[in-house]
Design a protein around this ligand. Sequence first.
Ligand SMILES: [Zn+2]
Length: 115
Amino acid sequence: MTAKPAKGSARKAARAARRKIERVERAAKRAAKERDGWRCRRCGYTSSVWPVEAAHLVDKQMGGDHGRFSCERRHFVALCPPCHQGPNGIHSGRLRMVYDPESMGDGVVSFELRN
Ligand SMILES: [Zn+2]
């Protein structure tokens, strides 16, 4: 008979796996911001006071799986806070990113504002 795993070990393993995903995502986001020269890919904004953010090309709400679409540099583009979270930003639902599904953020990304 095999020994029963230590109490809380499954939770500990799940937490370690989650932390690993977060670590990989953080590194991918940083690499994307470096690739984009710390400038917003939409408007060119750059600032050390109000830094650019890494935005998912495939969002959770758009059917993306964060483990799968958060682990590589190409999964992100640098956007300034207004272009990311603002009233006409990506998360407003009015702005859409158009990109090559293979190169994603490493390739050309264009932005379409919907009426
Ligand atoms: Zn911007």
